[in-house]
Design a protein around this ligand. Structure first.
Ligand code: HEC
Ligand code: HEC
Ligand code: HEC
Ligand code: HEC
Ligand code: HEC
Length: 320
């Protein structure tokens, strides 16, 4: 009896061990391969610098002290310093959209990503291409549409004029390595770093910018509403050609919104977005036969609630 149990357990253990070994064999190649994905000496070597530099440690210390005393960092104060530390550049880049699309270090910095020694790889590093005022050209190699629009902005003219005074370049708003995109809720705080009463640079801009970006969401919502209205109309055999043309128009406008934004002409931007919104409304109207069609659905919801409330009232009256 006892002996039988022991063999059963032994067989069980051996079985489990075999399973684990097989699983490991299956998983290990993928684990080992993942970090080598970029196959690029800049990324390979700089990854190893992570968390080893004294600067990085100092930054983390400062950060912890700030958190303890409840001071929150603004975008411009510390992130700029963090941005320039050799160790943290890799960390920020590695989780960015650029890393995902293989926009590796040498695409902006130059150097030789095939050489494995530091000296070999660093030969040809350029300080010119990463100079703040030159980033429109550097980034514009791949973001041509944004650069084209940006060139007609006052921001660009100010950058070009080499006049004293602040003007934002691509990396002022996107950061060099995280290349994040400011959202409508962040924009007011960010723009008011420069656009405020103290500097005298148009202080009405931040609020307007927030409204402008928020209206892009409105356009997106309008688009999906129009699309489902068209699908419903199509199912009931209606002619949707006119509505689809309006929808296509609105889609084209939305597609160009990110580049149009960089002209930094908020009135023009707003006109474009509003035009898109109008197109989505026209598309919806074309298939639903005017605004009257939306009214019944609203009132039927209200009627439903009234009916339920009535049923409850009757139920309570009967019990008491
Ligand atoms: C074998 C390791 C190694 C390789 C390969 C390497 N780097 Fe570096 N890099 C470093 C180290 C270490 C530093 C820190 C500063 C120093 O010691 O020069 C650094 C610093 C830098 C800096 C800061 C400016 C400077 O000159 O100090 C830049 C920019 C840079 N590397 C870009 C690159 C690019 C782009 C590539 C690929 C073309 C690359 N690195 C390849 C090790 C490497
Ligand atoms: C999209 C372009 C771009 C990519 C990709 C990029 N960088 Fe940078 N990098 C910049 C710019 C621009 C600056 C200057 C930032 C500033 O002045 O605030 C910079 C600054 C730096 C610095 C600060 C030192 C210095 O010379 O000013 C280091 C170090 C650095 N980058 C390393 C890297 C490494 C390592 C990678 C790849 C993991 C990388 N960068 C990828 C654009 C880029
Ligand atoms: C070698 C080409 C290349 C260069 C140079 C380059 N980018 Fe990009 N960038 C890309 C690609 C590819 C994507 C991802 C696809 C897309 O959105 O077009 C991207 C995406 C972005 C995004 C969108 C990020 C997101 O999460 O949606 C921003 C912002 C951006 N880049 C800013 C910059 C800035 C600022 C610079 C210069 C410092 C720069 N890029 C330089 C190729 C490049
Ligand atoms: C003053 C701030 C500012 C400057 C300067 C700026 N951008 Fe932007 N950028 C933004 C904002 C905000 C958005 C988001 C716009 C939107 O949602 O329509 C954006 C969007 C983008 C996108 C599209 C991201 C996406 O979701 O598709 C790219 C790419 C980009 N910028 C690249 C650049 C390049 C390249 C430059 C320099 C030539 C630049 N930006 C200069 C603020 C800025
Ligand atoms: C680094 C400083 C700086 C930052 C950050 C900045 N701007 Fe500007 N902006 C300027 C300067 C300087 C001018 C030119 C003012 C002039 O010459 O009249 C300007 C002009 C403008 C103009 C055109 C003038 C006007 O009154 O209509 C718009 C629009 C604008 N900025 C929008 C923005 C938005 C939106 C943001 C935030 C995403 C932003 N700016 C962030 C410095 C900045």
């Amino acid at each position: 009896m006892r002996l039988k149990n022991v063999t059963k357990i032994t067989i069980g253990i051996v079985f489990v061990l075999l399973m684990v070994a097989t699983l490991q064999l299956l998983i290990q190649p993928t684990i080992a391969a993942a970090p080598q994905l970029p196959n690029n000496s800049c990324a390979d070597c700089h990854r190893k610098l992570l968390f080893t530099s004294e600067k990085q440690r100092q930054f983390v210390d400062i950060r912890i002290k700030h958190l303890e005393s409840g001071i929150s960092c603004s975008i411009v104060c510390h992130e700029d310093k963090l941005n320039k530390s050799t160790a943290s550049t890799y960390a920020m880049w590695s989780i960015s959209t650029h890393a995902l699309f293989n926009v590796t270090c040498e695409k902006c910095h130059g150097g030789n990503p095939v050489a494995t020694s530091k000296e070999g790889a660093h030969s040809g590093l350029s300080n010119i291409s990463i100079a703040r005022a030159n980033t429109p050209e550097t980034c514009g190699k791949c973001h041509g549409a944004e650069l084209e629009e940006f060139k007609s902005s006052l921001h660009f003219k100010k950058l070009e004029s080499e006049q004293e005074g602040p003007a934002p370049a691509c990396i002022t708003c996107h950061q060099a390595h995280s290349v994040r995109v400011l959202t409508a809720s962040e924009i007011e705080d960010f723009c008011s770093n420069c656009h405020n009463r103290i500097t005298g640079i148009d202080p009405s801009v931040p609020k307007k910018a927030e409204t402008a970006l928020a209206s892009v969401n409105e356009l997106q919502v309008g688009l999906s509403k129009a699309r489902s209205a068209i699908i419903t109309a199509q199912a009931s055999g209606k002619d949707v050609t006119e509505a689809e043309a309006d929808l296509e128009n609105a889609r084209t406008i939305l597609k160009h919104i990110p580049s149009v934004w960089h002209r930094f002409n908020l009135t023009y931007f707003d006109t474009e977005v509003q035009q898109g919104i109008t197109k989505t409304q026209e598309a919806e109207k074309a298939v639903s036969g005017g605004p009257a069609a939306t009214a019944p659905t609203k009132s039927s919801g209200f009627e439903g609630i009234m009916l339920l409330a009535g049923a409850f009232a009757v139920y309570f009256l009967k019990r008491h």
